[in-house]
Ligand binder design. Structure first.
Ligand code: MAN
Length: 565
């Protein structure tokens, strides 16, 4: 059997302290703890603790011979140490009504005056080694085997322990205070979300009314704008539009006319040139050559010349044509005069209202508009606005409505976000809300690891290059751990612990997406204690935080607990 570790003392202590006051002053046989004193009260006989049928004479107690099957007749020697011991971590499991052959006592009792009483495994009794860790008074080596003498070191060890214990308690106190601050901060943040939700509810109500009103306004503006004659793309009213069309058409005709005139002039000069050639031909040809072809050509020319009318003077007509084609000439149409007419024909019509008294004017105006709208809506009058750009009034009304709708949408999605947030699990007293996004780093091997509470875990190569996502936060879990607590207290120990699960990190080549389980234990500050890659791309971090100090890890309702050995 191995020696008991420090952690087992911690488990034994409650048992010892709980009964310390009840310890009878009557002398007990060597090695018997106060919890078991009652079995050794009889001055003449002794009954084996778990085997009541076996009664012995008191002289058989501690006679270095194992008589009872449970070893209870040898509380102060190692004679019964071959019997399987009680689990050091569960001494209270002993049930005197059940007959069994495991040891009835948790070990040899060391009083350890000046420090804390403790049990030493029976195998350690008189084994020639001072077991100061468990038995600082050296009483387990009472026989002085091989001349060994274990002096009582409880005063020194007890003082040292007390100092360490004070430091531990101070640190625990700081951690608890820090947790209180975190809880207060978390509560403040939760309240902030609640307040925001209330504000958003009120804001949304107002905005819904506003959107409804603006929707109506837009419809009204659109309807009333239908009743107006809006100007065309050009200047002026209908006349302006017509002028613009006529101008384009006249300019097109003038261009064509100019082309035709130029072609005519070119043809004319060609005819003159050809006539001169034929004229010279007729004068200069030799009739004695009796060439039939030449004679026929001369005759044809003479016939052509004789049939031509006498040339008339067209210069006046050409001047008119020139005038017509020249936009700067006196007779040219002054398009600007028509285009600059800013007044639409309908506006001219409306102008007559100006001569009416104001109340009548408004009435006439309204009636005219309403009549026009009715005519449009009943298909009697064409809606002249359909192809025209939207009027400024309609655009403004539409913009206002769109902007109000946008605001409403934004507020609605913010409300959904906050409402969902309020129903999320933020751990005991919502404490993790205060740590959300807080990051801690730790070097380990070739990487620096980062844990950002309720956000993500990251692996950063010290050689540079990109960071590797080791998972994004998914939920809070509880797990059972069973580890020896290191002397500095920076570890998980044993019991139920809160754990934060991060999944769906960067994909692992030939493996899963990276994931991390962050197991939490109480500490004065947030810090990563240990990082292990348990399987390829499956990581486990042990993290200290004041957030879990003094709270019992409890699984949120409906979530399955995860066990880990
Ligand atoms: C990187 C790191 C390691 C991981 C391997 C898997 O080197 O993320 O933790 O095991 O990739 O290929």
């Amino acid at each position: 059997m191995g020696r008991q570790t420090l952690s087992s003392i911690a488990i034994l202590l409650p048992l010892l302290t709980a009964t310390a006051n009840a310890a009878s002053e009557a002398p007990r046989p060597r090695g018997v703890g106060p919890d078991f004193a009652k079995y050794y009260k009889d001055a003449t006989s002794f009954t084996c603790v778990s085997n009541p049928d076996i009664k012995l004479d008191v002289s058989r107690i501690n006679d270095d011979y194992c008589d009872c099957p449970d070893g209870s007749d040898e509380p102060g020697t190692s004679a019964c140490s071959y019997i399987s011991p009680l689990s050091p971590k569960q001494p209270s499991r002993y049930d005197p009504t059940k007959i069994n052959d495991s040891q009835a006592l948790p070990g040899f009792y060391c009083k350890n005056k000046g420090h804390i009483a403790s049990y030493v495994p029976f195998t350690n009794v008189n084994d020639g080694v001072c077991d100061y860790e468990l038995c600082c008074d050296g009483s387990d080596e009472w026989e002085g085997v091989g001349g060994i003498k274990c002096e009582d070191k409880c005063a020194k060890i007890g003082k040292e322990w007390k100092k360490q214990d004070e430091a531990r308690q101070k640190s625990q106190g700081n951690a608890n205070r820090r947790r209180k601050e975190l809880v207060a901060e978390a509560e403040r943040l939760r309240k902030e979300v609640q307040d925001r939700i209330e504000t958003l509810h009120a804001q949304i109500k107002g905005q819904e009314v506003k959107v409804e009103a603006l929707t109506k306004t837009l419809a009204e503006v659109e309807r009333s704008e239908k009743g107006k004659v809006v100007r065309g793309a050009g200047k002026g009213g209908k006349l302006g539009v017509l002028t613009s069309l006529a101008k384009d058409k006249v300019n097109e005709l003038a261009d064509n006319l100019r082309t035709v005139r130029d072609e005519r002039d070119a043809a004319k000069s060609k005819i003159t040139e050809l006539e001169a050639i034929l004229k010279r031909f007729k004068e200069e040809y030799n009739p004695n050559f009796n060439d039939e072809g030449v004679k026929r050509a001369v005759k044809a020319w003479e016939d052509y010349a004789a049939s031509q009318p006498v040339a008339t003077d067209n210069s006046a007509r050409d001047r008119d044509l020139e005038d017509l084609l020249n936009p700067a000439s006196e007779g040219a149409i002054k398009w600007d005069e028509f285009e600059d007419n800013e007044e639409s024909d309908v506006e001219l019509l409306y102008k007559f209202e100006e001569y009416l008294p104001t109340p009548l004017r408004t009435w006439v105006d309204e009636k005219l508009r309403a009549l026009r709208i009715t005519l449009i809506e009943n298909g009697i009058l064409a809606d002249t606005n359909t192809d025209s750009p939207e009027s400024k009034r309609v655009t403004d009304a539409r913009d206002q409505l769109s902007s109000a709708q946008r605001d409403l949408e934004n507020d609605r999605s913010e409300l959904t976000k906050h409402t969902e947030d309020l129903s999320k699990d933020y751990g005991p007293d919502f404490v993790f809300r205060a740590l959300q996004g807080v990051c801690v780093n730790q070097d380990s091997g070739e990487y620096t690891y980062e844990h950002c509470f309720l956000d993500k875990t990251t692996q950063k190569s010290k050689k540079g290059g990109g960071h590797t996502g080791m998972g994004n936060f998914v939920r809070i879990e509880t797990i059972t751990v069973d580890e020896d607590l290191p002397a500095d207290g920076k570890g998980l120990g044993s019991g139920e612990r809160y754990a934060l699960k991060y999944e769906n990190g960067q994909h692992c080549w030939n493996g899963p997406n990276r994931s991390t389980l962050v197991v939490l234990a109480c500490a004065e500050q947030d810090e990563i204690w240990k990082i292990v890659e348990e399987e390829k791309c499956v990581y486990r971090m042990e993290v200290g935080t004041p957030a879990v100090c003094g709270v019992k890890a409890e699984q949120p309702k409906g979530a399955p607990a995860h066990n880990e050995l």
